[in-house]
Design a protein around this ligand. Structure first.
Ligand SMILES: Cc1cc2nc3c(=O)[nH]c(=O)nc-3n(C[C@H](O)[C@H](O)[C@H](O)COP(=O)(O)OP(=O)(O)OC[C@H]3O[C@@H](n4cnc5c(N)ncnc54)[C@H](O)[C@@H]3O)c2cc1C
Length: 497
């Protein structure tokens, strides 16, 4: 019996496992793949808010050290620079998904989360006290909660009977790594079908110039003439797609990997059915444009982890789990809308090109650039926690504080994934002793300005209550009401003295 079983150890499942383990929850992952190795490339990096979220746990450097910091945000081909954003991480990170997963798996391993590899979740049955999770080897696991982090074709979502409404694909592309008998035309090609690209995987950098090696495997991305079937793509389909675009398949052979991606756009109607929850691609799928899929999944996990931990430990009521859907469903819905718009602008006809040029002109202005870039980088997320100070429901900035123990960054206070009350007013101004077992209270000074991405400067608050996911749950001072209510809502009822 585990408190939580996670189906799927991709980026979302790994992040969730780490969050639960930090909170002391007995969690296990069931992962279909025999090892963490990932065929093909998939996600190419992280946006700023995901880097911040990793920084909140003290593990951002592990990723930054292995990737390439860059301005990665962009919409419909227009780069969106965020270097003037008020965050320590005013950039994205180029890092292939296989490395992101490897680093996350290393962290989860340190936290001693068991991973049942080479096994699939095939179904489940739930009752009032738990879930029986059925595995492909005929065994079953009992858990209080099951979280489906099992990707876009989620077995958990289907078995739960959760609807997945949305839009069928309008375009599809094949991606592959294979050998070619002839030298291909390297680089990007655009035509009436869309964008295609061929690139050598093996190259050397000589005098700062990339020099491709003769022969060796070629990375292929080719947009198909018609939307391909949902079955696994074959070498023959890849060859045919190349002939349509390049007039030849360059003698393609010996693929190590072939996959198809589309702009199918769908979102789970509910992120929760009693003791079963969904996160990541299991809850939302969309085109890769904008590179937000993995980022959204990792942030789903960080929203859900501390809530589920408190529910299984009995500190907070089960209803806390409903805030997961209420907060994260709208975030992914925006991502879906944004990627659909981006794909629509990619169409090669002249009228769409005119619209794309007009959009590019608008994005050349500061205000539209900031808004769209803040959205895409995840820095503008605003959970609806009611009226109040602009910080309410928004990410807490990583300020440089001065405390009785010396200088301290806000994110350092979040490493253990525990809530914090930061008091900038008169020291010892708040008595939260009925929550002292759960919430840290810290007196701090901060002399700088308070600035939020896309919003700009906001008035300095006297005190803020920060949730473990780094979002502000309450803003006020000693005279304000609502602190006890906020503490109860998010961290459970007061303990008896
Ligand atoms: C070409 C391409 C480019 C992309 N580029 C980006 C990008 O730049 N940025 C970005 O943020 N996102 C990008 N994405 C999206 C990103 O890859 C996904 O959003 C991300 O992998 C989702 O993570 P996940 O953990 O939710 O799901 P997955 O990565 O799909 O992981 C699901 C895991 O569950 C396992 N599994 C599945 N079924 C079962 C089962 N029944 N039982 C047990 N285990 C199971 C799988 O083996 C897998 O490990 C891209 C995707 C593609 C295809």
């Amino acid at each position: 019996m585990h408190a939580v079983v996670i189906a799927g150890g991709g980026p979302t499942g790994l992040m969730l496992a780490g969050e639960l383990a930090l909170a002391g929850v007995d969690v296990a992952i069931v992962e279909r793949r025999a090892s963490q190795d990932l065929a093909g490339s998939r996600a190419g990096g992280l946006h700023a808010r995901t880097i911040e979220v990793l920084d909140q746990r003290g593990i951002a450097d592990r990723f930054l050290e292995q990737g390439q910091v860059a301005q990665v945000a962009g919409f419909a081909g227009v780069p969106l620079d965020i270097s003037d954003f008020p965050t320590r991480h005013n950039y994205g990170l180029g890092l292939w998904q296989k490395h992101i997963e490897r680093i996350l798996a290393g962290w989860v391993d340190e936290l001693e989360v068991p991973i049942h590899r080479g096994r699939e979740v095939t179904g489940f049955g739930q009752d009032d006290t738990g879930v029986d999770v059925e595995l492909s080897d005929g065994m079953s696991l009992r858990a209080e909660y099951l979280v489906g982090c099992d990707g876009g074709r989620s077995v958990v979502r289907k078995a739960a009977g959760i609807e997945f409404p949305g839009w069928d694909p309008t375009t599809s592309s094949l991606i592959a790594v294979a050998e070619m008998a002839e030298e291909p035309e390297l680089g990007i090609r655009r035509d009436a079908l869309g964008v295609h690209a061929l690139g050598k995987l093996e190259y050397e950098v000589r005098d700062g110039e990339v020099v491709y090696m003769d022969g060796g495997p070629v990375g292929v991305m080719v947009t198909e003439q018609h939307v391909g079937p949902t079955s696994e793509p074959t070498l023959r389909e890849l060859s045919e797609a190349l002939v349509v675009v390049y007039g030849t398949d360059y003698g393609i052979h010996s693929p190590t990997y072939i996959s198809r991606f589309t702009d199918m756009t769908r979102q789970a109607a509910a992120y929760r059915d009693r003791r079963v929850l969904l996160a990541g691609d299991a809850a939302h799928v969309h085109a890769p444009d904008g590179g937000q899929g993995l980022n959204t999944g990792v942030q789903d996990a960080v929203n859900l982890g501390w809530k589920l931990a408190q529910v299984v430990s009995g500190t907070a009521p089960e209803s806390l789990l409903d805030t997961y859907h209420a907060e994260r469903h709208p975030v992914a819905a925006r991502v879906l809308r944004h990627t659909m718009a981006s794909i629509a602008l990619r169409r090669p006809d002249e009228r769409t090109k005119a619209l794309r040029d007009t959009t590019a002109e608008l994005l050349g202005m500061d205000e539209p650039r900031k808004r769209l870039a803040a959205m895409q980088s995840g820095l503008d997320i605003h959970y609806d926690l009611g009226e109040g100070h602009p910080l309410l429901g928004r990410r807490m900035p990583d300020l440089d504080l001065v405390t009785a123990d010396g200088p301290l960054r806000v994110f350092t206070l979040l490493h253990a994934a525990r809530p914090v009350l930061l008091n900038f007013g008169e020291p010892g101004g708040f008595d939260i002793s009925p929550w002292a077992d759960r919430v840290r209270s810290i007196d701090a000074n901060y002399g700088g300005t308070w600035e939020l991405p896309a919003l700009g400067a906001v008035t300095a608050p006297a005190a803020v209550l920060i949730r473990p996911d780094g979002y502000v749950a309450w803003v006020g001072d000693r005279a304000s009401l609502g602190l006890a209510d906020a503490l109860t809502t998010w961290f459970g009822p007061p303990s008896a003295a």
